[in-house]
Design a protein around this ligand. Structure first.
Ligand code: ADP
Ligand code: ZN
Length: 691
């Protein structure tokens, strides 16, 4: 590996030691996470790099560590202006010299920042992409990169997928990045980061940013600390469920996503009233609110003054609050990608966190309505419009598959992102543009036997053990009669009707519509009168999911025969056909919920039978109060002082000296200086009080 001559550390120390040293000294971490080290090494060796890592994987460390080691100023291009202040604050807190330059600063402030930057004061500077086209800024950067200048060793591009027109978040201003770099007298290392994984977008990033044979690191998309849960329930039940959940997790921070502004307003009001007696404030966020209002609500959430946020998907881009313990979706999002991004805002600190998706048929109706309504009519040709619409229906169908699968939810998501390796996920074609088409959505076919099956479709082999499907006990029910009747009816009536009407016919309902279409004479009318309409609809869903029926797209989908129908209806084989579905038993195998930090402290204490004074959980509470006090004094959110994991480390290690303190994960030199004494004193005091 060729050492970059601009690195401050002597070559003889070697990268490994030097980078680890920085990681420990500044950030207080003992080791790099998967992928981080390779990115850091590549950058320090002068090679371009592309990091595809899911949210929370720790992308910032990949450029922050090099920035602290290289001579000169590292530029970080990020569209998330609202986040820059936070990042700079966090970096200052660990003893680095960061800055940002964006439109939230007054012209005078901008002058000061640029002046100090030219004097070589900063190690890292965050800028919005638009800034790169600014003449004055370009002149500054050219001088910095010129021989004798302060040095511009690295340009890090965050949210790099914004450069691709195939992505959801295309920003034309990202196209200026390559021009900017080309205009510099010496080419810096360019490192790009994104959480969006599709191959097409990845290729685009390399091309549009002009990366030169980049070291590409794709880390696993699995977020092992998140539990995934899907529950079908009616609209009223959803609100009640969320109320209960929030009330019983009142000491935790959470986000509830709703599909519409109206739902946000109603639910926030409802939750606010429920939680007020517990002293909990509920924040709210959607595009219908004024900018000031939104900023204030977001700030209250980040500072934990309002630990619960109810929001539309307008909320969250760039929010990296690490201690969000749960994300509940009150409605179905538009795609798995959107879902994983939003749900992924839980548990960024690596502690257990829970994701719940509550859904019912109305959600899909609403989504279809949005798809029909949203396409910008003027901007696109009719053909493009149709393409966009179809693409969105495809994404939605995959979301529907997620709601209905009885297999492992985590596997489903990982398969979607093409991250087969993560769980030893097997089977189901990949590499195609549509890794989980609706056809495979319901998971692998269920065994024909009518006995009790435990877990998801393949739990014994590949289930994650931490999702609602892996943790639910299913009973298998034979519904061959319903399945055959449904297919025969669809075949006889030519696939002209929707799911609800078909279910009503099979159930033998007596409605105006049924009489109007003479469906009371259709074959199969009332043959399964004893089965509820809802249950018949479930079976129809499963038939669609497994390819025996096919549902059309559009606002009012109709059901026709699927590609497998022939096998079932073939008179030669019909006696051999059997169709079973999983019946959800009332009891789950074990409740999958996010454990609280205090529970974790107890579990950890129970694991190692070391002698200790008093109770770790009690001490944890003391230290948590201290953290709050320090946060208030320094006017920063509590997590900027330290994470829950660090508090737990303090409880376990019970440091008595500064040296001990530096052993605790998350405590670097600067933090030891700033808060070390307060924590040491609190621990000593606690031990004295219980001795
Ligand atoms: P991303 O930008 O990829 O979403 P961040 O850079 O915000 O993720 O990091 C997520 C969290 O992980 C932060 O709280 C960060 O401090 C923590 N983190 C990052 N790298 C490490 C590491 N090597 N060891 C421990 N914690 C880490
Ligand atoms: Zn699972």
């Amino acid at each position: 590996m060729r050492a970059n001559p601009r690195i401050r550390f002597g070559r003889h120390r070697g990268f490994v030691e030097a980078t680890k040293d920085i990681l420990k000294r500044y950030f207080g971490y003992d080791s790099f996470r998967p992928g981080q080290e390779r990115m850091v090494d590549a950058i320090l060796a002068g090679r371009d790099a592309l990091g595809v890592m899911p949210t929370g994987a720790g992308k910032s460390i990949c450029y922050q560590v090099p920035a602290l080691m290289m001579q000169g100023l590292t530029l970080v291009v990020s569209p998330l202006v609202s986040l820059m202040g936070d990042q700079v604050r966090a970096l200052k807190e660990v003893g680095a010299r960061p800055s940002y330059l964006n439109s939230s600063l007054t012209p005078a402030q901008q002058n000061t920042v640029l002046k100090r930057a030219s004097e070589g004061w900063y190690q890292i500077m965050y800028v919005a992409p638009e800034r790169l086209a600014d003449e004055r800024f370009l002149a500054f950067a050219q001088a910095a990169a010129a021989p004798g200048g302060i040095g511009l060793p690295l340009v890090a591009v965050d949210e790099a997928h914004c450069v691709s027109q195939w992505g959801q978040d295309f920003r034309p201003s990202y196209l200026q990045i390559a021009e900017f770099i080309a205009a510099l007298p010496a080419r810096p290392v360019v490192a790009a980061f994104t959480a969006t994984a599709t191959e097409r977008v990845r290729d685009d990033i390399v091309q549009m940013l002009g990366l030169r044979s980049p070291q590409t690191v794709v880390t696993g998309f699995d977020r092992a600390n998140l539990s995934f849960n899907v529950q079908e329930m009616g609209d009223k039940a959803k609100a009640a469920w969320i109320r209960d959940y929030a009330a019983s997790h009142a000491d935790e921070s959470g986000i509830v996503y709703c599909a519409t502004r109206k739902a946000v307003d109603e639910l926030a009001f409802d939750l606010g009233r429920t939680l007020a007696p517990q002293g909990i404030r509920v924040a709210r966020y959607h595009a219908g609110m004024s900018t000031d209002e939104r900023t204030a609500e977001q700030a209250a959430f980040i500072a934990d003054a309002a630990p619960l946020m109810v929001a539309t998907n307008a909320f969250g881009m760039g929010i990296d609050k690490p201690n969000v313990r749960y994300v509940i979706h009150h409605n179905v999002p538009e795609s798995i990608e959107a879902y994983y991004q939003e749900a992924g805002r839980a548990g960024r600190d690596g502690d257990p966190a829970a994701c719940y998706l509550l859904w019912n048929g109305h959600d899909f109706g609403l989504r279809r309505y949005f798809i029909e309504r949203d396409v910008p009519e003027d901007a696109l040709s009719a053909e493009e419009r149709a393409f966009t619409r179809q693409n969105r229906y495809r994404l939605l169908a995959q979301m529907e598959g997620y709601c209905q699968t009885t297999g492992c939810l985590r596997e489903y998501i990982l398969r979607y992102f093409g991250d087969e390796g993560a769980l030893g996920v097997k089977g189901v074609a990949t590499g195609s543009a549509d890794p989980i088409g609706a056809g495979a959505a319901a998971g692998s076919p269920v065994p024909v036997s009518a006995t009790l099956a435990i877990g998801g479709a393949a739990s014994s082999e590949t289930g994650c053990g931490n999702c609602s499907n892996c943790l639910t006990r299913y009973e298998v029910e034979d519904v061959t009669d319903i399945a055959l009747a449904a297919m025969r009816l669809v075949s006889a009536t030519g696939g002209r009707f929707g799911k609800a009407l078909i279910a009503e016919v099979l159930h033998g309902a007596n409605t105006e519509k049924i009489r109007q279409f003479h469906l009371d004479d259709a074959p199969g009318y009332g043959v399964v009168a004893e089965v509820s309409i809802k249950r018949i609809k479930d079976v129809l869903d499963q038939l669609v999911g497994r390819g025996y029926l096919a549902q059309s797209q559009g606002r009012f989908p109709v059901v026709g025969l699927g590609s497998h129908a022939g096998e079932a209806l073939d008179p030669q084989r019909v006696s051999g056909f059997s169709f079973t579905v999983k019946k959800r038993a009332s009891q789950s195998v074990s409740a999958s919920r996010a454990r609280r930090a205090v529970d974790l402290v107890r579990e950890e204490a129970a694991l190692d039978a070391r002698p200790r004074v008093g109770d770790d959980a009690e001490l944890f509470d003391e230290l948590r109060s201290l953290r709050r006090k320090l946060a208030d004094e320094h006017n920063v959110p509590a997590y900027i002082i330290c994470s829950d994991a660090t508090l737990r480390g303090l409880c376990r290690k019970r440091p008595a000296t500064r040296e001990d303190l530096l052993e605790v994960t998350g405590i670097g030199e600067k933090k030891a200086d700033a808060y070390g004494e307060a924590f040491l004193a609190a621990i000593a005091e606690y031990e004295a009080s219980v001795r």
